[in-house]
Ligand binder design. Structure first.
Ligand code: FAD
Ligand code: GLY
Length: 349
């Protein structure tokens, strides 16, 4: 099978790698630069403990993907020769005030049903896990999620670039993917004759619904996020540290991240100083070592759909071998291995 993949982010790249492993001849069309959008911007938390708060098919998928991660990374490292920063450190979350405590209470039963491990820890234990943690004024509860982990998504993209090799065509925006005579016809924005494939996969992240697919596809849109990078010595923070929308983590090698905002601002890449200042304050109020440090901010575009859920399925009966795989929103790094398994199993069945 000759298969076109539209989008060279973690979703398109992981799907393409799996398809090629099963014998497909894959071409990946990337509009701009390999792995330079959401998959570059992401923090890289693999954190069902913090992100999964209700029982759903999506939650089951996230957990399946989390379980696949260690083997996925071992296989990708072996195939590419690229070392991928991965820290199975667990996550420590702090809850204070009525709304946060209600959130903690409401996720307890669904997480128990889903088998997400966690335990209450005392303030003293929390301090031992994260020595620069600043406890809030008043009472607080602390919970440790031992199975949460972090990975460096930029390392993953570098490794996927190696394994995808000359299947990748950068600076090649796709205008349309049409289904005619039982084939996928890929039209490039640069013009020329359509390129014809046996099948196609649409994985263009937040831009997915800008590609003309001839049949209606769910609307995708960006939910912009600002993240802050700091320089702190390696070993400054072990687990992911979270409170509400604020999260902190340190990658292997030392890069220290604080996130994240959520804005409906279209594809505006401008850094908003007011948002940076709020993130900086929230981060320092959680972790004393950040006080007074000047962060490096960046933004990325989470690929969202109206339902808040990923769309991973064939387009319709009218185009059975065109698959959608978009809308991974806040968890596309986590969801990549299971997404690739589903798409390759479905397309090559
Ligand atoms: P992208 O990485 O955006 O890739 C889509 C690609 O398609 C782009 O390279 C784009 O140039 C290309 N493209 C667009 N249009 C076309 C076209 N017409 N033709 C060809 N190519 C096209 N997820 C987690 O699991 N854990 C986290 O901790 C986490 N943190 C995040 C923090 C922030 C601030 C942000 C913004 C996101 C975070 N995410 C996280 C979410 C995660 O980054 C995304 O869900 C994931 O990267 C989506 O991957 P993707 O391949 O679908 O999209
Ligand atoms: N999953 C973290 C974020 O999207 O900011």
């Amino acid at each position: 099978m000759q298969i076109a993949v539209v989008g060279g982010g973690i979703i398109g790249a992981t799907v393409a790698w799996r398809l090629a492993q099963h014998g497909a001849r894959v071409t990946i069309f990337e509009a701009r630069q390999w792995g330079a959008e959401a998959s570059w911007a992401a923090a890289g938390m693999l954190a069902p403990g913090a992100e999964v708060t209700a029982v759903s098919a999506w939650a089951e998928m996230a957990l399946a993907s989390a379980r696949m991660y260690p083997a996925f990374l071992r296989e990708l490292e072996a195939a590419s020769g690229v070392r991928i920063g991965y820290r199975p450190t667990g996550g420590l979350e702090l809850f204070a005030g009525e709304a946060e405590l209600a959130d903690l209470a409401s996720r307890a039963e669904p997480q128990r049903q889903l088998g997400i491990a966690s335990r209450a820890v005392t303030a003293a234990e929390a301090m031992a896990l994260a020595p620069s943690l600043r406890a809030p004024a008043g009472s607080a509860e602390y919970r440790f999620y031992p199975d949460d982990a972090t990975v460096n998504p930029r390392d993953i993209m570098e490794a996927l670039r190696v394994v995808c090799g000359n299947a990748v065509r950068e600076q090649s925006p796709v205008r349309a993917v049409l289904w005619r005579d039982e084939r996928a016809h890929v039209e490039l924005e640069a013009g020329g004759e359509p390129l014809v494939f046996d099948a196609a996969v649409l994985a263009a992240g937040a831009w997915s619904s800008e590609v003309d697919m001839a049949v209606p596809v769910p609307s995708t849109f960006p939910v912009r996020g600002h993240l802050l990078g700091y320089d702190l010595p390696a070993g400054s923070l072990d687990p992911i540290l979270r409170r509400g929308h604020t999260y902190l983590l340190q990658r292997t090698g030392g890069a220290f991240l604080a996130g994240a905002s959520m804005e409906h601002a279209g594809f505006d890449r401008a850094i908003d100083p007011a948002i940076v200042e709020t993130l900086r304050r929230n981060a320092a109020s959680l972790f004393g070592k950040l006080e007074g440090l000047e962060p490096r901010p960046w933004v990325g575009f989470r690929p969202a759909t109206g339902s808040g859920l990923p769309e991973i399925r064939p387009l319709s009966g009218q185009a059975p071998r065109i698959w959608l795989t978009c809308g991974h929103y806040r968890n596309g790094i986590l969801l990549a291995p299971e997404t690739a398994r589903r798409v390759s199993a479905g397309l090559l069945a």
